[in-house]
Design a protein around this ligand. Structure first.
Ligand SMILES: Nc1ncnc2c1ncn2[C@@H]1O[C@H](COP(=O)(O)OP(=O)(O)OP(=O)(O)O)[C@@H](O)[C@H]1O
Ligand SMILES: O=P(O)(O)OC[C@H]1O[C@](O)(CO)[C@@H](O)[C@@H]1O
Length: 308
């Protein structure tokens, strides 16, 4: 996200605009927690994880009267456009601000969940994916040395995108995720048993935190109870959300940040940016209301085929 912030500030400066940084997300709009952000304030942030502007969940923003207050605060301060970096919740809020109060908004996809409609990439996903894969590679050493089953839980709230990509990249034996068409306990047991019969003595199952069968801990308890397995459970948790961003996340953050400002400068708003087939894509903000994309079915199928 810091790459995007830096690009917004510096592209705006190049076009003769002043940028203000709003701290703590929508809470900052309500509290007027903002300040001018000169280009030098962005020195050395490109390689830093998290966001220098801090962030916060702000449940009050679901209330129309609080959004009205935020729009008024922006108007009173003379802020002419808003660049929102976030996931579907942040974009829903931006969509409402623009539709209800005419605040010109531009969205930059920023969530490790990669679950926004119309874009194949969101900032943080590539970094989180690589972090999860590196962690599971390490777990694999114990799994194979001890001949053990590991259940590894990855983030993704209601999306299996991170789980499926992680599973494929680390050669997992199975992946459980919310959108899966055949996500049953029986299928999992049959898969693990078939691998056992093939001579496989260790397995890794990637579990998306939002999976319908329950958490990795719950699935692990059930397997232990039913089959007496000496398995281990690892919850990767927020480890996936931190750390220095990957080169791809930095590059797309930079491209999207600059593009958002160029378009606002040209009088455009009510859009968010994305990536489709390697190219920068432009999407209407209202598209965020579409159903979130599911992980490609062929990828999860491949996890099973390649783990024989
Ligand atoms: N439907 C909505 N209407 C108005 N505001 C919303 C809505 N949904 C979310 N928001 C606002 O956007 C903020 C961010 O949303 P949310 O917590 O869902 O994170 P997100 O943008 O989806 O990012 P992440 O993927 O990291 O969770 C919320 O705290 C709230 O202030
Ligand atoms: O840090 P928090 O508020 O617990 O949020 C965690 C959630 O945020 C995400 O990292 C991004 O939406 C999800 O994958 C996860 O469920």
């Amino acid at each position: 996200m810091n790459a995007a912030i830096r690009a917004v500030v510096r592209q705006a400066d190049a076009l003769g605009h002043e940028t203000w940084g709003i701290r703590h997300g929508y809470q900052g709009l309500l509290d007027k927690d903002w300040a001018p952000m000169p280009t030098r304030a962005c020195a050395n942030i490109l390689q830093r994880g998290g966001t220098v502007l801090h962030t916060a969940r702000c449940p009050e923003f679901l209330l129309p009267n609080r959004r009205a207050e935020a729009a008024e605060n922006l108007r009173a301060e003379g802020i002419q456009g808003l660049v929102v970096i976030g996931g579907d919740g942040s974009f829903r809020a931006a969509e409402a601000l623009q539709r209800e109060h005419g605040v010109p908004c531009a969205g930059i996809p920023g969530t490790i969940d990669n679950d926004l409609p119309g874009t194949e990439r969101t900032l943080g996903f590539d970094t989180a994916l690589n972090t999860a894969v590196e962690a599971i590679d390490r777990i694999r050493d114990t799994a194979s040395s001890h001949g053990r089953l590991f259940l590894v839980e990855v983030m993704g709230r209601s999306s299996g995108m991170l789980a499926v990509h992680t599973a494929l990249a680390c050669g997992a034996e199975a992946v459980l995720y919310p959108e899966s068409p055949d996500d049953s306990y029986e299928t999992l047991v049959a898969r693990l048993y078939a691998n056992w019969l093939r001579g496989k003595r260790s397995s890794i199952v990637v579990v998306a935190e939002g999976d319908g069968l329950g958490s990795a801990v719950a699935v692990g308890d059930r397997l232990r109870r039913d089959h007496g397995l000496d398995l281990r459970v690892v919850v990767l948790g927020h480890i996936q959300r931190g750390g220095s961003p990957s080169a791809l996340d930095r590059i797309w953050g930079s491209r999207w940040g600059a593009e958002a400002v160029r378009r606002l400068d040209a009088g455009e708003s009510g859009f968010y940016l994305g990536e489709v087939a390697g190219a920068l894509a432009l999407l209407p903000l209202a598209q965020v209301l579409d159903p979130h994309p599911s992980p490609p079915g062929d990828l999860s199928e491949l996890v099973g085929i390649l783990s024989r």
